[in-house]
Design a protein around this ligand. Sequence first.
Ligand code: ADP
Ligand code: MG
Length: 211
Amino acid sequence: MKFTPKILPDLIKAVSGIIEKNAEEVTALDQAIGDGDHVTNLQRGIAALEKQSSELSELEWAPAIKKIGMTLLSTMGGASGSLFGTLFISMSQGVGDKIVIDQKGFADVFSQGVEAVKKRGKADAGEKTMLDVLIPVADRMKGDVDSAVEYSELLKNICQTAEQGMESTRDMLATKGRASYMQEKSIGHIDAGARTSQLMICAIVIVLNEM
Ligand code: ADP
Ligand code: MG
């Protein structure tokens, strides 16, 4: 499968819908071990992207992804705003002048974005953050692309890996972000950023699966 930015409005709509649907749950997660604002931060960013939807679909990949990152960075706020912003801005650098992106191209670019998030957050896997979803998804995608896993299987694995990563944060001790102030009390709660990352990834997978 090869994609152009024409798919962006559908993806943004799906992401917006899934976050809206799960907003209360995510707020409760961030209230338990953070300050409860994660979903409103994210919804502010997504609302800004919805306004830019048709404009984004007319751009080429690198400027479109860069614009998404800049918009998230300037509208979201919170730790997650700079991290999601960094993810997309770094991905746009990896895209270069590609007009269409295939599975392999996307897996490489996504991994590059996740590496930038690690640097920006000074964090790695196992610290109870969004990275516990992003890192395993990036690794799984690269592995599956390298071993030529069939497309629908690859999509299924992406969502499944995201769900496992999200679940894995429950038993972790938070060592980064606000949740780290809770120390041992952070154990037993799923990380809000891991949950929203998983929800968005699985919503995107559903759209791609139907195309
Ligand atoms: P804030 O923590 O500033 O209130 P949000 O509530 O919007 O920001 O986002 C919190 C989420 O950001 C956490 O659930 C976690 O997934 C993620 N996060 C926080 N700090 C880091 C970090 N250093 N590295 C990676 N992710 C982080
Ligand atoms: Mg918060």
